[in-house]
Write a protein that binds this ligand. Structure first.
Ligand SMILES: Nc1ncnc2c1ncn2[C@@H]1O[C@H](COP(=O)(O)OP(=O)(O)OP(=O)(O)O)[C@@H](O)[C@H]1O
Ligand SMILES: [Mg+2]
Length: 222
């Protein structure tokens, strides 16, 4: 079976002046539908760089990424955006909601970008799943940190993605909200979504099927 998400030999270098940072040095991974993988590692080890490359938000300097059997690396940005909108739900470390749109409008925008307006009926179900049914009309700055994290997840899930990439989704929430978010992520993974969660939290790593340790841009043991 084609893996839901596959990365082959990813390299990413950053240059600032004379400084070269080797953020990723040959990272390969393969994640099946329904599998939850936690990525742990020290600050600066390349976790967010990896998520950005997997999402097609950044192009690696070497290697490739396949999402649901489609190559997302090194294509015109328009194609990358389209693939991402259709197949990938993303929860970024910096929040991924548009501040000038309400939560409901943010979800609508995600459906629109994926050409999936038929999925409108799913807005209700996604908001209900994250416990924010009454807050569709609220703007992001009118929500608490935990509510924001859950609203971001609702947006990430509204297109029923085959791959969910989450960069420290529970970093800014309390233990209760962390539990609620984790429950939702695990539920979705059981429903067949291949899930990658970058985390510093032992509670998050504990629910994963596999834990990958990224150190200095390399997967430990790989
Ligand atoms: N745009 C950039 N330009 C230059 N260097 C960068 C850039 N983005 C990241 N880096 C560097 O690449 C390395 C990996 O960064 P990355 O953000 O992937 O780390 P991380 O594992 O997500 O860390 P954290 O746990 O703190 O979020 C770091 O040394 C960082 O300083
Ligand atoms: Mg990071």
């Amino acid at each position: 079976m084609t893996p839901a998400l596959e990365a082959h030999d990813l390299y990413r270098f950053y240059h600032v002046g004379d400084e070269e940072t080797l953020a990723l040095r040959g990272v390969s991974l393969s994640i099946s539908a329904g599998e939850t993988v936690a990525v742990i590692g020290p600050s600066g080890s390349g976790k967010s760089t990896l998520i950005n490359c997997l999402a097609g938000l950044d192009d690696p300097d070497g290697g490739w990424v396949m999402v649901s059997g489609h190559r997302i690396t090194r294509r015109p940005q328009r194609d990358q955006s389209r693939l991402r909108a259709r197949h990938v739900g993303i929860l970024l470390q910096s929040r991924n909601l548009q501040d000038h749109l309400t939560i409901g409008e943010n979800m609508f925008a995600a459906l629109f970008l994926a050409g999936n307006l038929g999925g409108r009926t799913y807005i209700h179900a996604a908001l209900e799943a994250v416990g924010l049914l009454g807050r569709a009309e609220a703007f992001p700055d009118q929500l608490s940190g935990g509510e924001l994290a859950r609203a971001s997840l609702a947006v990430a899930l509204v297109n029923d993605p085959t791959v969910l990439l989450a960069d420290e989704p529970t970093a800014e929430v309390d233990a209760e909200n962390e539990g609620a978010l984790l429950g939702l992520l695990v539920d979705r993974a059981r429903g067949g979504c291949a899930t990658v969660i970058v985390t510093h939290s032992a509670a998050v790593a504990a629910v994963a099927d596999r834990v990958l340790n990224l150190i200095d841009g390399r997967l430990d043991g790989a």
